[in-house]
Design a protein around this ligand. Structure first.
Ligand code: GLY
Ligand code: MN
Length: 494
């Protein structure tokens, strides 16, 4: 189904297909009688202008070198079924496109700069029958843009992606001294083609690996500061997510009657209707499941009196993801111990958010939040002070477990491979977007805490934009404070 086929090679039916063959009359007839649907009215998309600026930054960073950014290929789910395709983030960032099997090539030019070519899957061939006989033909999967249509919308020269490996190999052979870098691990065919191509810079496997790693690190550094278009996307992702959480609260009774799966499905429906998908597998953790950080099995019971920890984010059509967590009382009201723990996490989040501002060390927000949590743990008698000793030894981590946040963007854990000096050991710059998500987790089998704490997990997570003078909470559309949560739930339940 995902096998590449030459345009001039007729496509045959599959084994165990119900039709034994194709008559010449049918084959011939299928070539004709189709109207010309080519569009000539397409303009460059708004995003394509931003993508062009981003490509300029790559071009300036790698003068005289060939840069290869693949979109990735379809992955088999089972037998002849593929997973839904999701383009590699760096590819989408630099092209504004999301087509499978594509690749962006930046070819260095003699007078400086680079020529950008996008290798794309074109419309299906009608002459050889691929459009109706191949599993990826347009009559099976839907109309694609023609290469000319894509060129008009993306502002890029386009060529057939089935020729990409061959053309890249020829370019390498014609100028073997030119350094070639590829974002590895997305397209096995291109990775293999480059390994074989024999460019001077790639004859030594270790050297090639270093070159490619540098490209990956550079891309993650470039994506740390979001442009205006990306910030609008993240704002939109948060808005969709707010509506998804609202849907879940409205449908809590059905979740109680079924399981956490109802919550997963409810949020997913909103993400699919208004966006591309969820940005990561939703964590719909009820009761003690909330103490499991990445609880995505979502097959547990939803019981009144317990808490629901919902960590979910919608991904926009352009693939930008929100990452939001709310911990909600399933019955609509926190009990005393739940509220005590909730308020501590809320105070820690407030302290964390206040530390997000331009020029601050990235770690500041984490340290501010951990300090509040450690103070409360000492106050409750769960840890022995003094506070500075607890923080120095990290003793609070038994109950806080994870870092207090991460960058957010095209990937939910965005820019993870950026240089540490630019990220965890760096300072915040306007345009960065990060989460602030402290939590407290008391495992059901933790004998170091009184019984009433056990099985309670609370996390509160928001998406924070660093602005010129401070920050903006992009997910402020959802209530956070305990009284506001209760009032919001009451209003939705009528
Ligand atoms: N939202 C899941 C995480 O940040 O790991
Ligand atoms: Mn997160």
């Amino acid at each position: 189904m995902s096998e590449e086929r030459k345009p001039d090679k007729p496509v045959k039916g599959r084994k165990n297909g119900l039709y034994r063959g194709i008559s010449e009359e049918l084959e011939d007839g299928m070539r004709r009688g189709w109207s010309d649907t080519e569009r000539h009215d397409l303009e460059p998309s708004e995003q394509s202008g931003y993508a062009a600026k981003r490509r300029k930054a790559v071009s300036a960073a790698f003068p005289g070198e060939r840069i290869i950014i693949p979109a990735g290929r379809l992955k088999t789910r089972s037998n002849d079924l593929d997973y839904n395709f999701r383009a590699a983030s760096d590819y989408a960032y630099l092209t504004a496109d999301q087509t499978e099997n594509s690749v962006l090539v930046l070819e260095p030019q003699p007078d400086g700069g680079h020529a950008a070519t996008l290798y794309l899957l074109p419309r299906s061939n009608r002459e050889n029958g691929e459009f109706w006989l191949d599993g990826q033909g347009e009559l099976w999967v839907g109309r694609r843009r023609s290469l000319a249509e894509a060129a008009a919308e993306l502002g890029l020269e386009t060529l057939d992606s089935r020729e990409a490996a061959q053309r890249i190999a020829e370019a390498v052979a014609a100028a073997p001294h030119v350094i070639t870098r590829i974002l590895r691990g997305h397209d096995a065919l291109l990775d293999a083609a480059l390994a074989e191509a024999g460019a001077t810079s790639r004859q030594d496997a270790d050297a090639a690996e270093r070159l490619d790693e540098e490209l990956k690190v550079f891309m993650h550094g470039l994506r740390l500061v979001k442009d205006d278009w990306e910030i609008e996307q993240l704002r939109r992702a948060c808005e969709i997510t707010t509506r998804g959480f609202t849907d879940v609260v409205r449908e809590l009774a059905q979740a109680v009657a079924t399981s956490e799966r109802w919550i997963e499905g409810t949020f997913w429906r909103r993400a699919r209707v208004e966006g591309n998908d969820v940005g990561y597998n939703s964590i719909c953790a009820s009761g003690p499941n909330a103490t499991v950080l990445h609880w995505t099995r979502n097959n547990g019971a939803v019981r009144p009196g317990e808490l629901l920890l919902l960590d979910a984010g919608a991904e926009t059509e352009a693939l930008y993801s929100a990452d939001v967590t709310r911990t909600l009382p399933i019955s609509g009201e926190f009990n005393e111990i739940q509220r005590r723990i909730y308020d501590a996490v809320y105070d820690a989040q407030e302290a964390g958010i206040a530390a997000v501002k331009p020029g601050a060390n990235f770690r500041d927000f984490h340290e501010a939040a951990q300090r509040v949590l450690a103070e409360r743990l000492i106050e409750w008698g769960l840890l022995e002070g003094p506070l500075e000793r607890v923080l120095e030894l990290g003793l609070q981590r038994r109950y806080t477990l994870h870092g207090t946040g991460h960058m957010l963007g095209l990937d939910v854990h965005d820019c993870a491979d950026a240089r540490c000096e630019e990220y965890v050991d760096g300072t915040l710059r306007p345009g960065m977007v990060q989460t602030v998500e402290p939590g407290l987790y008391f495992q059901p089998d933790d004998e170091t805490v009184p019984a009433e704490y056990r099985g309670i997990g609370v996390r509160i997570e928001d998406d924070i934009l660093v602005t010129a003078h401070g920050n903006e909470n992009l997910s402020a559309g959802l209530p956070r404070q305990a009284d506001e949560i209760e009032a919001w739930m009451r209003s939705l339940r009528g």
